[in-house]
Design a protein around this ligand. Sequence first.
Ligand code: CTP
Length: 403
Amino acid sequence: MEDYICVIDSLRGRKIVLGVSGGVAAYKAAALVRALGRMGADVHVVLTEAGARFVAAPTFHALSGNRVWTSLWDGSMENGIPHIALVRGADAILIAPASADIIASLANGLAGDLLSTLCLARDCPLLVAPAMNRQMWENPATQRNAATLREDGVFILGPDKGEQACGETGPGRMLEPEALCEAILAFFTPKLLAGRKVVITAGPTFEAIDPVRGITNSSSGKMGYAIAAACARSGAEVVLVSGPVALPTPAGVRRIDASSALRMRDEVLAALPGADVFIAVAAVADYRPVETAGHKIKKSGAAMQLALVPNPDILAEVAARPDAPFCVGFAAESHDLDMFAEGKRRAKRLPMLVGNLLADGLCGDDNTVVIYDDEGRHPLPRAPKAFVARQIVEHLARLLPAA
Ligand code: CTP
């Protein structure tokens, strides 16, 4: 799973009832249980009779660490009523895979087995991830049932399009476990940035010397991507202007690739209208070659000199605009972090800057940062970048002027 999704402890204390109904995609539910558990969730699996034909209860028991429930008539629950006991105290019910049959049952309020009965008895949100043959999904009956569920406030996740187990291609594939985890995480994230537009730069830039060579740096883009994901989960419209990195685009984020500093600047300025926040995480090259050779430069054996000119400072330029959004800068320093970071914040007139010491490098998975603002310095504990990103978003949401 990608590091920006795998937020350790982010679902700690959440009780999730996972319903597994009959479908080949039940095998993916096993990976889903594991992923939710890694994120700290307490997962209780309810298996339908058809679901158990695809994956048996011991698999889910081993992966969740909890007993698997299959029958309405199981008297071993403390109050002898599994459909009530299971659902009370649950933070959400997720059905993945959700067959056409369970979707039809839910839409019509049927209560023929444990899963449909506990959904009827729920007092928590219900999320449903359909999985079926494309024609079954497109059938007007299923579409009608899905529309009824949406009207009833049920969240339908997917389905995806693509190759199906039956050999056909089309809509009906269950979302992958990573995408479902992301949806659950977004579901539980407070919408601190609802209605806000955020523009973010991330990654290194690449300043071309000739068609195959260039000046760049070791920024992985992980911090910027983690912040983009955290902003999207917090309800913001996110535009991510990205230098060259090997990372997938976070869910709900519009990504624009911009390799050089000049391109990055143009794309940021184009994305800026309507933005409430600009977060400059990119490690922008301070200089670029005066000229980019049209052909590959051949070696001559003699010493070579490369003439460089300064690149525009994108953050300083945006922060100096009369209509500047709330600007957040980043500073990676090898020493004297407080002095340099606070100096950059003041020089660029930023309300907030995130500083870190380069001891962590630019591409690790963890980060130790200090937030600087008008109130002073706020050190955050060392943590995975996704976790740090969430805290940065919470801090910025507190400082953001009311819309
Ligand atoms: N930044 C930018 N455009 C640039 C250079 C930096 O938007 N051309 C942004 C970075 O994204 C980051 C902050 O400015 O948010 C970093 O500030 P800066 O003073 O430029 O840092 P360094 O380039 O690391 O400065 P120095 O090399 O002097 O330490």
